[in-house]
Design a protein around this ligand. Structure first.
Ligand code: GLC
Length: 559
């Protein structure tokens, strides 16, 4: 059992003692696809402002927005060309400041994606750096001589996370440039103290504007092995929670370096300069939980407040698997650390599609997500069950799709995982009007709207008491109102767990709750007697039997 010596200020048993971010719920807004207010078919910051009451009403506290600063938009904002100004397609600084204010006036929090690892190759820093070997920014990015007689062989075999080679040749410098992702996203060189300070100042700039923290994009890539050791081969094609692998290569030497964990502690001191209120850092990293928990705590120091855990995203919908996952999370993120509960994002397939279109399963998953110990993340639209919208690779706007357009379409059609990320980024479905209310009738949405929007949309589901949307609302409100569910400890009820049933307790002071999930398609006995039923996914169920895919939250007597 990995229990850090003294990470985080020890949590007191009183409600007020727990930091806000440990109790929060996060709603991820993919800005481009949320709500368009200026009829250009692209979501904007004003669109978020206009939908804040929707999110408040559902019970979410924290909003995480995808990048909105200046960018050529080749990776839709994850390729930044200016960290201090807003891309005009999303709005302007005044509107952003208004958003911060509107969020705070509702007692909500705002975090956004901070892309520290790389910039766009159109950033002026990179242009300068690439222009010669002796300009003032020559060492701001990672440049290496090639190998071979004429230096045209890449420095080593490293691949990038997006599957491409990690090195691109630049004739101006007669050198190779390194990227951890796509070739137009060159990695910044954090061995250079000037780069580090500049990027810490970028963080301070936004913290001074009042943002409550950041989701740290691809933080696993912030450092690479300075010796450039070769990466070993692997049998896997895609990354897993066990290793960071891509196209048969284990990215051991260009990701997850010991120095990256130290970096997390330095960044933590930057956000800790801002005290009222406390800010938060949530890192994005694949990899084994034991290893990546070091982002949160290493060498006796606090690092990131939480780390995005990818395990749940591809976890088979099986009680035993979920139990193992909970055990792993509890083992590597025991209090005062906290796991995250993530089932989808803007890079992965939609939840409802992964669950074979089953609303019953989607409700059960939401019940699990909002009643376990951890920070739950909802990707916009999953609360109404927006499906994966099939868009052929060749029509993809996503840079990963463009890079892989040679892959035969039938291979991606038969896979649950997406290669064209447009498929999970299609617009929000607000109502049954033209373009599902995402943009006006006359505008052309930047990606197609799901065809079944007349059946699946916010307005319709608001009016149906047993809709997925109303279930999300109920379970989030129950979580918010019940200290045990948002800050209690978690105990797995091993004696009640079976191949089909997952059961756990949440305990806070004298209060004890049981959550029981029937993750199978047959009925199951509910052995719990003398309990108060607080919420069920099947409101018409039977007291002593759980319906197929039914989940319940029950209140027990004193602990
Ligand atoms: C992260 C983001 C992804 C982006 C990539 C490069 O994985 O989630 O959308 O393309 O980093 O910044």
């Amino acid at each position: 059992m990995v229990i850090p010596a003294n990470p985080e200020k020890s949590v007191s048993s009183h409600d007020s003692g727990m930091e806000w971010w440990k109790k929060t719920t996060v709603y991820q807004i993919y800005l481009r696809s949320f709500f368009d207010t200026n009829a250009d078919g692209i979501g904007d910051i004003q669109g978020i402002i206009e939908k804040l009451d929707y999110l408040k009403d559902l019970g979410y506290e924290t909003l995480w927005i995808s990048p909105f600063t200046q960018s050529p938009q080749r990776d839709f904002g994850y390729d930044i060309s200016d960290y201090h100004s807003i891309s005009p397609q999303y709005g302007d600084m005044e509107t952003f400041e208004k958003l911060v204010q509107e969020v705070h006036s509702r007692n909500m929090k705002l975090v956004f994606d901070l892309v520290l690892n790389h910039t766009s190759n159109e950033h002026s820093w990179f242009k300068e750096s690439a222009s010669s070997r002796n300009n003032p920014k020559a060492d701001w990015y990672i440049w290496k001589d090639g190998k071979g007689r004429n230096g045209m062989t890449p420095p080593n075999n490293w691949r990038a996370m997006a599957g491409n080679r990690a090195w691109t040749y630049y004739p101006e410098r007669r050198q190779f440039n390194y990227t951890a992702f796509l070739p137009f996203q060159p990695d910044l060189n954090y061995h250079n103290p000037e780069v580090k300070q500049t990027m810490f100042d970028v963080a301070r700039f936004w913290l001074n504007k009042g943002v409550d923290g950041f989701r740290l994009d691809i933080i696993s890539a912030i450092y690479e092995d300075p010796e450039l050791c070769r990466n070993p081969a692997s049998f896997r094609i895609t990354p897993s929670d066990k290793s960071l692998t891509i196209f048969f290569q284990n990215l051991k030497n260009n990701f997850l370096q010991a120095k990256s964990f130290e970096f997390a502690t330095e960044l933590r001191s930057v956000i800790d300069e801002f005290d009222h209120p406390k800010r938060v850092l949530i890192g994005e990293s694949h990899g084994n939980e034991e290893l990546i928990s070091q982002f949160c705590y290493s060498n006796g120091k606090n690092g990131l407040n939480a780390i995005f855990l990818f395990k749940a995203i591809s976890m088979p919908f099986k009680a035993e698997k979920y139990r193992e996952m909970l055990m792993t999370f509890e083992k590597h993120f025991p209090e005062p650390l906290i796991p995250t509960l993530v089932f989808a994002n803007h890079d992965r397939t939609r939840i409802i599609t992964r669950l074979g279109g089953s609303i019953e399963k989607a409700k059960l998953l939401a019940l699990f997500q909002f009643t376990c110990r951890g920070i739950p993340f909802t990707y916009f639209g999953d609360e109404i069950g927006i499906p994966r919208v099939r868009i052929p690779l060749r029509q993809g706007k996503d840079a990963i799709a463009i890079q892989h357009k040679w892959v035969p379409q039938f291979l991606v059609d038969n896979s649950v995982e997406i290669l064209n990320r447009d498929e999970c980024r299609t617009p929000m479905l607000w109502n049954e009007k033209a373009n599902a209310g995402f943009c006006t009738d006359s505008a052309e949405p930047w990606l197609p709207v799901a065809k079944n929007f007349k059946e699946i949309n916010v307005e319709k589901q608001r009016g149906e008491p047993h809709s997925l949307l109303n279930f999300y609302k109920k379970v989030i409100h129950l979580r918010n109102e019940t200290p045990a569910l948002h800050q209690g400890s978690l105990e797995i009820a091993h004696d009640l767990c079976t191949k089909r049933i997952l059961a756990y307790y949440r305990v806070y002071q004298a209060e004890k709750y049981m959550v029981m999930l029937n993750m199978s398609n047959s009925r199951a006995i509910n052995p719990m007697k003398d309990v108060e039923l607080l919420l069920s996914t099947h409101p018409q169920g039977e007291a002593h039997r759980l319906q197929p895919f039914e989940g319940r939250v029950m209140k027990l007597g004193s602990a």
